[in-house]
Design a protein around this ligand. Structure first.
Ligand SMILES: CC(C)(COP(=O)(O)OP(=O)(O)OC[C@H]1O[C@@H](n2cnc3c(N)ncnc32)[C@H](O)[C@@H]1OP(=O)(O)O)[C@@H](O)C(=O)NCCC(=O)NCCS
Length: 384
């Protein structure tokens, strides 16, 4: 079948909204062989970039029909490449091409056009995240566009179910935004991909707050102006209400999983004492919380991370349609051992790829990618 020329242009909300919504519905992403949660923007095409300091969305048009989309955002983060440890990075996300139009170079054109926008804005590195077994995406970015495989963080997903008991030996306190910012700048400023505009993230209305956990009986003193904390064992995390922006929905779940999900709910209702792990109703779009900035100090702090996660779980139970809690941690980070999650819904290796866009960065990219992944990685809630 012969197609007209591909035109790449900026997304225009009034003109394109309906067509983009239709395209995204028809363009499911994710492996067929396992449970997969995919995003439903509920018709708001720029919801996943709108909170970033700078963003852009492009569409690909063939014969006046929208056949592809891509989004991008720009910000400044920490990178571990001495002597420079800050870089302007451009994040590529939400790339989709309609099946009928694939393998015609449209995905490639969309990414290249977005990279031009990055270059015009003095971006040092472009990066993207994908499922490591998404062959089309990995081949496009790595083989065709010269991205390099960089990090493999784990996405941990925990369903919201019955109220969880909180440890009686641990105290939890909510921090003021100013205190939270001091802690972030003191303890996470050197964390890979830490966003320099953390104050904007913390002050966003989607950020529900930052909590700390510490041993009961101790006092959580005021955070010093330099971010100093007197306690020796403590943990912190912040919560972002992603469900206000977009929803999740179960992708192509294998039949056995669907049967289990429905069956477990019936058993749970009839025989609650049997404690069958119930999978909530994931078949309709639902909201979720994203926990970011999970950090711990001291040898006894693992239990505090768990208690904080349980606290957030109980909080989520009170939020309408919030059915899962999601977090993303560095691949080598032992934090994951303390964060409750279901393997069935989680992704142990999300693949991040990176590409240097400036000459001097290009020479140093090798150095950056061979640096062993630092224990911690900051995952920006605005880019989930
Ligand atoms: C990934 C996707 C956007 C690619 O779009 P596309 O327009 O088909 O890509 P292009 O035609 O520009 O392909 C460029 C190159 O990418 C690679 N590629 C693309 N699709 C591929 C596939 N299915 N298998 C293997 N390689 C593939 C090839 O190297 C290809 O070059 P070639 O055709 O000369 O061999 C498209 O498959 C898609 O929408 N997938 C579902 C959504 C998704 O997974 N998005 C990526 C999330 S980050």
């Amino acid at each position: 079948m012969a197609f007209g020329e591909t035109k790449i242009r900026n997304y225009e909300e009034r003109r394109d909204r309906a067509q983009v919504e239709d395209l995204e519905r028809r363009c499911e992403v994710g492996p067929a062989e396992r449970v997969f949660l995919f995003t439903d923007t509920m018709g708001d095409a720029i919801c996943r970039i709108r909170n970033s300091p700078m963003y852009k969305m492009l569409v690909a048009e063939v014969d006046n029909q929208l056949v592809g989309v891509i989004r991008g955002s720009i910000k400044v983060v920490t990178v571990r490449k001495p002597p420079k440890d800050l870089a302007k990075v451009g994040y590529v996300l939400g790339l989709r091409v309609l099946s009928l139009y694939r393998r015609r170079g449209i995905g490639l054109k969309l990414v290249r056009r977005l990279e031009e926008w990055f270059v015009d804005n003095q971006v040092d590195y472009a990066y993207m995240a994908t499922e490591k077994d998404n062959e089309a995406s990995v081949k496009l970015f790595v083989d065709k566009l010269g991205y390099v495989k960089f990090r493999t963080p784990a996405i941990l997903v925990n369903p919201v179910r019955r109220r969880v008991h909180l440890s009686s030996n641990i105290e939890i306190a909510k921090l003021k935004v100013e205190e939270a910012e001091l802690l972030y700048r003191k303890f996470m400023a050197s964390t890979e991909f830490f966003s320099q505009d953390i104050d904007r993230i913390l002050r966003n209305k989607l950020s529900l707050g930052t909590w700390v956990a510490y041993p009961r009986g101790e006092r959580w003193g005021e955070v010093g102006a330099d971010g100093r904390v007197e306690n020796s064992n403590w943990a912190m995390l912040s919560v972002w209400n992603s469900g206000e922006l977009f929803k999740l929905r179960l992708g192509k779940a294998p039949l056995s999983c669907l049967v289990y999900a429905k069956g477990s709910r019936v058993v749970d209702r009839l025989l609650p004492c049997i404690k069958v792990p119930t999978i909530p109703d994931f078949f309709n779009p639902f909201g979720f919380y994203f926990m970011y900035g999970v950090h711990r100090e001291g040898p006894l702090s693992g239990k505090m991370v768990r208690t904080l996660c349980n606290y957030v779980h109980n909080m989520a139970r009170k939020t309408k349609d919030c059915k899962v809690i999601v977090t993303e941690v560095g691949g080598c980070d032992t934090l994951r051992l303390h964060i409750p999650h279901w393997k069935l819904l989680s992704c142990p290796e999300d693949l991040w790829c990176i590409k240097a866009l400036k000459n001097e960065e290009r020479n140093g990219l090798h150095e950056l990618t061979i640096t062993p992944p630092s224990r911690a990685l900051f995952v920006d809630p605005r880019e989930v």
